[in-house]
Design a protein around this ligand. Structure first.
Ligand SMILES: C[S@@+](CC[C@H](N)C(=O)[O-])C[C@H]1O[C@@H](n2cnc3c(N)ncnc32)[C@H](O)[C@@H]1O
Ligand code: SF4
Length: 375
């Protein structure tokens, strides 16, 4: 089984914290769709005819496209690949795009999952980070999606927004959990270099949340989602039974995927490649038969690092038998030697052949992962 990721690099306005590659340039959309279809054709053999079990439109803002534009892309995907009948097919959406009419038109396409970028239900938070929706629009987007027949809805939230207190975050969680969604992705705010938010912090114009409060927010997130029956199947991802994101899980399980569009990444078990992060250069390269991606052959160490990095973040854990079989006894030994200190300090535990992070370990997961990496 394999996945297809389609990157729609357009936004109506840029949020202050975001460093994903996107542009506010709607005039390029038609030419861009054309080029994507060409890329799909050029790379039709990349997945070697593997059946497609997940298709994910991410962004940027996929919900900026209309039905016809999605249809054009779907036609190409279905003509070139065998898509499994039960494939999970998701699009990311910004709440203000999700009008009842738009949602109904999306239901008439193969989509069966929506991931709505809410971030916060607090209007003051939303305006500080330059989101273009309001809290009311966020709530209505979820309700209208349910009304339109979407039974697999995920919402994205960010905790640790400037000026946010633990009580504020508590209210955000109550709000999200009252909406009867099946999946929540919640990320601690990161200050990415070069973003407007980063600059605000440099100038002392914002109030970053301290580490202790961030940790408390994360613990609250785990506690409240768990009480409502959500499983923390990855550090930032929470799902009701049977509603894990299959697309994300396939990244974590090291399955192959094809990434289409500017800045999209692809993986075929032996190499990783990434497309040019520029709409205009991407369109030009595709249309003049020039290279539009860079490629890197993965060494054994790279593959080991990727595996450890993703699997230890999941509740399924790091399978030592698999690690030894795939990467050999030397790397397995390296992993065991380095993980021991974290076992001794109860940041990691071992059960049924797998290492998993404890709640305390999750809070220093980056540090643990760095120690396990083989350079
Ligand atoms: C790149 S966005 C695309 C989805 C959609 N455009 C949106 O904004 O709702 C994917 C998710 O990444 C998260 N994200 C992006 N930048 C972040 C940051 N600096 N800190 C924490 N979360 C971030 C947000 O939760 C966002 O919904
Ligand atoms: S968070 Fe989403 S809407 Fe905001 S700039 Fe990033 S991709 Fe665009």
């Amino acid at each position: 089984m394999a996945g297809i990721y389609i990157h729609i690099p357009f936004c109506k306005q840029r949020c202050t914290y975001c460093d994903f590659y996107t542009e506010v340039a709607p005039q390029f959309i038609p030419k861009f769709i054309d080029s994507m279809v060409k890329e799909l054709k050029i790379r039709k053999d990349y997945l070697q005819n593997a059946p497609i079990s997940t298709i994910y439109f991410g962004g940027g803002t996929p919900s900026i496209l209309n039905r016809e534009q999605f249809s054009t892309i779907f036609d190409a995907v279905y003509n070139l690949h065998t898509v499994a009948d039960d494939a999970e097919i998701t699009f990311e959406a910004n709440p203000d795009d999700l009008t009842p009419d738009f949602l109904v038109s999306m239901r008439s396409l193969p989509f069966n999952r929506i991931s709505i970028g809410i971030q916060s239900f607090d209007d003051q938070d939303l305006s500080r980070i330059n989101r273009r929706h309001t809290s009311t629009q966020a709530v209505n987007a979820v309700k209208d999606a349910q009304q339109a027949g979407f039974g697999n809805i995920s919402v994205d939230l960010i905790y640790g927004l400037p000026f946010q207190t633990l009580d504020d975050w508590d209210r955000q969680l109550d709000m999200a959990l009252s909406l009867q969604v099946q999946h929540i992705s919640a990320y601690g705010l990161t200050y990415e270099e070069g973003t407007p938010l980063w600059k605000q912090r440099e100038k002392g114009e914002t109030a970053p949340v301290d580490d202790m409060t961030m940790n408390a927010m994360y613990l609250l997130l785990r506690e409240k989602t768990s009480l409502k029956g959500f499983e923390a199947y990855e550090i930032s991802n929470f799902a009701l039974p049977d509603f894990r994101s299959r697309h994300n899980s396939s990244y974590w399980k090291q399955e192959t995927y094809l990434g289409i569009g500017p800045s999209a990444h692809s993986y075929d078990l032996i190499s990783r490649q990434w497309n040019i992060a520029s709409i205009s250069r991407y369109v030009e390269a595709i249309n003049t038969n020039q290279p539009f991606f860079e490629r890197e052959e993965l060494t054994l160490n790279d593959r080991y690092n990727d595996f450890v990095m993703v699997s230890l973040r999941t509740s399924d854990g790091l399978d030592m038998q698999f690690l030894e079989r795939e990467f050999g006894t030397e790397l397995a030994g390296y992993c065991l030697r380095n993980i021991k200190t974290f076992m001794d300090s109860e940041k990691v535990y071992y059960a049924e052949g797998k290492f998993r992070l404890t709640t305390e370990g999750i809070q220093i997961s980056n540090l643990i992962l760095i120690q396990l990496m083989k350079v």
